[in-house]
Design a protein around this ligand. Structure first.
Ligand code: PEP
Length: 256
Protein backbone atom coordinates (compact mmCIF):
# COMPACT_ATOMS: atom_id res chain seq x y z
CA UNK A 1 0.00 0.00 0.00
CA UNK A 2 1.26 3.49 -0.89
CA UNK A 3 1.60 5.75 2.13
CA UNK A 4 -0.26 9.06 1.74
CA UNK A 5 1.73 12.27 1.71
CA UNK A 6 0.80 15.87 2.41
CA UNK A 7 3.63 18.02 1.05
CA UNK A 8 3.57 21.75 1.70
CA UNK A 9 5.31 23.97 -0.86
CA UNK A 10 5.92 27.23 0.94
CA UNK A 11 7.35 28.90 -2.18
CA UNK A 12 8.98 32.34 -1.60
CA UNK A 13 7.12 32.92 1.65
CA UNK A 14 8.06 33.09 5.34
CA UNK A 15 11.16 34.60 6.91
CA UNK A 16 13.50 32.34 8.86
CA UNK A 17 11.72 33.09 12.14
CA UNK A 18 8.26 32.72 10.62
CA UNK A 19 9.25 29.44 8.97
CA UNK A 20 10.59 28.13 12.27
CA UNK A 21 7.38 29.04 14.09
CA UNK A 22 5.19 27.48 11.38
CA UNK A 23 7.26 24.29 11.29
CA UNK A 24 6.97 23.91 15.08
CA UNK A 25 3.22 24.59 14.97
CA UNK A 26 2.79 21.94 12.24
CA UNK A 27 4.88 19.41 14.18
CA UNK A 28 2.70 19.93 17.22
CA UNK A 29 -0.67 19.92 15.42
CA UNK A 30 0.05 16.84 13.27
CA UNK A 31 1.80 14.65 15.84
CA UNK A 32 -1.07 12.16 16.05
CA UNK A 33 -1.14 11.26 12.35
CA UNK A 34 1.74 8.90 11.75
CA UNK A 35 -0.08 7.16 8.89
CA UNK A 36 0.51 10.26 6.73
CA UNK A 37 3.92 11.44 5.50
CA UNK A 38 4.12 15.11 6.44
CA UNK A 39 6.60 17.05 4.31
CA UNK A 40 7.26 20.78 4.41
CA UNK A 41 9.31 22.65 1.81
CA UNK A 42 10.49 26.05 3.08
CA UNK A 43 12.84 28.36 1.16
CA UNK A 44 16.53 27.33 1.04
CA UNK A 45 17.67 29.86 3.66
CA UNK A 46 15.21 28.48 6.21
CA UNK A 47 16.21 24.84 5.84
CA UNK A 48 19.09 24.56 8.36
CA UNK A 49 17.20 26.32 11.17
CA UNK A 50 13.96 24.47 10.49
CA UNK A 51 15.83 21.17 10.35
CA UNK A 52 17.42 21.87 13.72
CA UNK A 53 14.05 22.76 15.23
CA UNK A 54 12.44 19.60 13.83
CA UNK A 55 15.23 17.25 14.86
CA UNK A 56 13.02 15.22 17.21
CA UNK A 57 9.99 15.33 14.93
CA UNK A 58 8.70 12.97 12.22
CA UNK A 59 8.03 15.95 9.93
CA UNK A 60 10.22 15.61 6.86
CA UNK A 61 11.85 18.44 4.98
CA UNK A 62 12.03 19.17 1.29
CA UNK A 63 13.66 21.82 -0.88
CA UNK A 64 11.85 23.55 -3.73
CA UNK A 65 14.54 23.13 -6.38
CA UNK A 66 18.12 22.01 -6.96
CA UNK A 67 20.78 22.32 -9.64
CA UNK A 68 21.88 19.34 -11.72
CA UNK A 69 25.62 19.86 -11.19
CA UNK A 70 27.28 18.88 -7.93
CA UNK A 71 29.22 22.16 -7.58
CA UNK A 72 30.72 24.89 -9.68
CA UNK A 73 30.27 28.34 -11.18
CA UNK A 74 26.48 28.61 -11.03
CA UNK A 75 25.85 31.81 -9.10
CA UNK A 76 22.75 31.71 -6.94
CA UNK A 77 22.15 27.99 -7.33
CA UNK A 78 22.08 25.15 -4.77
CA UNK A 79 23.06 21.60 -5.71
CA UNK A 80 21.35 18.39 -4.71
CA UNK A 81 24.62 17.31 -3.12
CA UNK A 82 24.53 20.42 -0.90
CA UNK A 83 20.98 19.55 0.18
CA UNK A 84 21.84 15.97 1.14
CA UNK A 85 21.71 15.58 4.91
CA UNK A 86 19.50 18.64 5.19
CA UNK A 87 16.34 17.47 3.40
CA UNK A 88 14.74 14.20 2.34
CA UNK A 89 12.81 15.52 -0.66
CA UNK A 90 13.23 18.06 -3.41
CA UNK A 91 10.48 19.47 -5.62
CA UNK A 92 11.59 19.38 -9.24
CA UNK A 93 9.97 20.98 -12.29
CA UNK A 94 7.24 22.96 -10.55
CA UNK A 95 5.26 24.88 -13.20
CA UNK A 96 6.50 28.18 -11.74
CA UNK A 97 10.08 27.03 -12.36
CA UNK A 98 9.19 25.96 -15.87
CA UNK A 99 7.32 29.22 -16.54
CA UNK A 100 9.60 31.80 -14.91
CA UNK A 101 13.01 30.12 -14.90
CA UNK A 102 13.07 28.34 -18.23
CA UNK A 103 13.06 24.78 -16.94
CA UNK A 104 12.50 22.15 -19.60
CA UNK A 105 11.85 18.42 -19.58
CA UNK A 106 15.61 17.98 -20.18
CA UNK A 107 16.70 20.11 -17.21
CA UNK A 108 14.01 18.48 -15.06
CA UNK A 109 15.40 15.07 -15.99
CA UNK A 110 18.98 16.19 -15.20
CA UNK A 111 17.86 17.50 -11.81
CA UNK A 112 16.07 14.25 -11.00
CA UNK A 113 19.22 12.29 -11.82
CA UNK A 114 21.26 14.62 -9.56
CA UNK A 115 18.72 14.42 -6.73
CA UNK A 116 18.64 10.61 -6.82
CA UNK A 117 22.44 10.46 -6.92
CA UNK A 118 22.49 12.63 -3.78
CA UNK A 119 20.06 10.29 -2.01
CA UNK A 120 17.10 12.68 -2.17
CA UNK A 121 13.56 11.80 -3.20
CA UNK A 122 12.37 14.01 -6.06
CA UNK A 123 8.78 15.25 -6.10
CA UNK A 124 8.43 15.69 -9.85
CA UNK A 125 5.75 18.08 -11.09
CA UNK A 126 3.80 17.94 -14.31
CA UNK A 127 0.62 19.62 -15.50
CA UNK A 128 -0.99 21.39 -18.41
CA UNK A 129 -1.96 25.03 -18.97
CA UNK A 130 -5.53 26.23 -19.35
CA UNK A 131 -5.06 26.58 -23.11
CA UNK A 132 -3.76 23.03 -23.41
CA UNK A 133 -6.62 21.80 -21.27
CA UNK A 134 -9.20 23.57 -23.39
CA UNK A 135 -7.59 22.30 -26.58
CA UNK A 136 -7.93 18.71 -25.36
CA UNK A 137 -4.14 18.29 -25.08
CA UNK A 138 -3.94 17.37 -21.39
CA UNK A 139 -3.27 13.66 -21.84
CA UNK A 140 -0.59 13.96 -24.50
CA UNK A 141 1.14 16.90 -22.82
CA UNK A 142 1.21 15.46 -19.30
CA UNK A 143 2.23 12.04 -20.52
CA UNK A 144 5.04 13.69 -22.52
CA UNK A 145 6.25 15.54 -19.44
CA UNK A 146 6.31 12.31 -17.43
CA UNK A 147 8.24 10.53 -20.20
CA UNK A 148 10.68 13.43 -20.45
CA UNK A 149 11.25 13.47 -16.70
CA UNK A 150 11.95 9.75 -16.46
CA UNK A 151 14.41 9.37 -19.34
CA UNK A 152 17.19 6.94 -18.42
CA UNK A 153 15.86 6.09 -14.94
CA UNK A 154 15.73 2.51 -13.67
CA UNK A 155 12.52 0.90 -12.44
CA UNK A 156 13.88 1.04 -8.90
CA UNK A 157 14.57 4.77 -9.18
CA UNK A 158 11.13 5.49 -10.61
CA UNK A 159 9.24 3.73 -7.86
CA UNK A 160 11.26 5.59 -5.24
CA UNK A 161 10.25 9.01 -6.49
CA UNK A 162 7.00 10.95 -6.19
CA UNK A 163 5.06 12.36 -9.15
CA UNK A 164 2.76 15.35 -8.70
CA UNK A 165 0.06 16.23 -11.21
CA UNK A 166 -0.59 19.95 -10.93
CA UNK A 167 -2.76 21.54 -13.62
CA UNK A 168 -1.42 25.08 -13.98
CA UNK A 169 -4.92 26.53 -14.15
CA UNK A 170 -5.64 25.15 -10.68
CA UNK A 171 -2.50 26.45 -8.95
CA UNK A 172 -3.17 29.36 -6.64
CA UNK A 173 -6.44 30.15 -8.41
CA UNK A 174 -8.97 28.64 -6.02
CA UNK A 175 -10.18 26.60 -9.03
CA UNK A 176 -9.23 23.04 -8.07
CA UNK A 177 -9.79 20.25 -10.55
CA UNK A 178 -12.78 18.16 -9.51
CA UNK A 179 -11.76 15.11 -7.53
CA UNK A 180 -12.75 12.92 -10.43
CA UNK A 181 -10.81 14.97 -13.02
CA UNK A 182 -7.76 14.91 -10.75
CA UNK A 183 -8.11 11.20 -10.08
CA UNK A 184 -8.52 10.44 -13.77
CA UNK A 185 -5.37 12.26 -14.86
CA UNK A 186 -3.34 10.90 -11.93
CA UNK A 187 -4.47 7.38 -12.83
CA UNK A 188 -5.16 7.25 -16.54
CA UNK A 189 -2.31 9.52 -17.59
CA UNK A 190 0.45 9.83 -14.95
CA UNK A 191 0.34 6.32 -13.48
CA UNK A 192 -0.61 4.82 -16.85
CA UNK A 193 2.50 6.36 -18.43
CA UNK A 194 4.69 4.86 -15.72
CA UNK A 195 2.96 1.52 -16.33
CA UNK A 196 3.58 1.72 -20.04
CA UNK A 197 7.27 2.44 -19.48
CA UNK A 198 8.03 0.27 -16.44
CA UNK A 199 5.15 -2.17 -15.93
CA UNK A 200 2.29 -2.55 -13.50
CA UNK A 201 4.32 -3.34 -10.39
CA UNK A 202 6.39 -0.14 -10.64
CA UNK A 203 3.30 1.94 -11.51
CA UNK A 204 1.48 0.43 -8.54
CA UNK A 205 4.31 1.32 -6.18
CA UNK A 206 4.91 4.91 -7.33
CA UNK A 207 3.20 7.67 -5.39
CA UNK A 208 1.21 10.19 -7.39
CA UNK A 209 0.08 13.43 -5.76
CA UNK A 210 -2.44 16.00 -6.94
CA UNK A 211 -1.78 19.72 -6.52
CA UNK A 212 -3.87 22.80 -7.29
CA UNK A 213 -6.04 24.74 -4.83
CA UNK A 214 -6.37 21.89 -2.34
CA UNK A 215 -7.71 22.91 1.06
CA UNK A 216 -9.46 21.36 4.06
CA UNK A 217 -12.83 21.63 2.26
CA UNK A 218 -11.87 19.51 -0.77
CA UNK A 219 -9.10 17.21 0.41
CA UNK A 220 -11.36 14.34 1.56
CA UNK A 221 -12.92 13.90 -1.86
CA UNK A 222 -9.54 14.18 -3.56
CA UNK A 223 -7.95 11.64 -1.23
CA UNK A 224 -10.79 9.19 -1.86
CA UNK A 225 -9.59 8.82 -5.45
CA UNK A 226 -7.82 5.49 -5.78
CA UNK A 227 -4.94 6.87 -7.85
CA UNK A 228 -4.22 9.93 -5.70
CA UNK A 229 -1.73 9.31 -2.91
CA UNK A 230 -1.55 12.78 -1.48
CA UNK A 231 -1.33 16.46 -2.25
CA UNK A 232 1.28 19.05 -3.06
CA UNK A 233 -0.18 22.06 -1.26
CA UNK A 234 0.66 25.71 -1.86
CA UNK A 235 -1.45 28.40 -0.21
CA UNK A 236 -3.20 26.19 2.34
CA UNK A 237 0.16 24.90 3.61
CA UNK A 238 1.15 28.39 4.78
CA UNK A 239 -1.41 28.20 7.55
CA UNK A 240 -0.55 25.67 10.24
CA UNK A 241 -4.14 24.92 11.16
CA UNK A 242 -5.37 24.37 7.61
CA UNK A 243 -2.37 22.17 6.75
CA UNK A 244 -2.89 20.16 9.94
CA UNK A 245 -6.58 19.79 9.14
CA UNK A 246 -5.69 18.38 5.73
CA UNK A 247 -3.35 15.90 7.39
CA UNK A 248 -6.07 14.91 9.85
CA UNK A 249 -8.66 14.38 7.11
CA UNK A 250 -6.20 12.35 5.03
CA UNK A 251 -5.35 10.25 8.03
CA UNK A 252 -9.06 9.51 8.53
CA UNK A 253 -9.65 8.69 4.87
CA UNK A 254 -6.78 6.19 4.98
CA UNK A 255 -7.79 4.70 8.30
CA UNK A 256 -11.34 4.06 7.04
C1 PEP B 1 1.51 24.57 -5.87
O1 PEP B 1 2.03 25.64 -6.14
O2 PEP B 1 2.17 23.53 -5.97
C2 PEP B 1 0.11 24.56 -5.47
C3 PEP B 1 -0.55 23.45 -5.60
O3 PEP B 1 -0.44 25.74 -5.01
P1 PEP B 1 -1.94 25.97 -4.44
O4 PEP B 1 -2.23 24.85 -3.49
O5 PEP B 1 -1.86 27.30 -3.76
O6 PEP B 1 -2.84 25.94 -5.63
Amino acid sequence: MRKPMMAGNWKMNKSVSEATALAKEIAELTSGYANVDRVICPAFICLPVVQWNLKDSPIQLGAQNCHWEESGAFTGEVSAAMLAGLVDYVIIGHSERRQFFGETDESVNAKIVAALAAGLTPIVCCGESLEQNQAGETQSFVSGQVRGALVGLSAEQVQSLVLAYEPIWAIGTGLAATAQQAGDICGKVVRATVQELYGAAVAGATRVLYGGSTKPGNIAEIMQQADIDGALIGGAALDGKSYAEMVRITSEVYAA
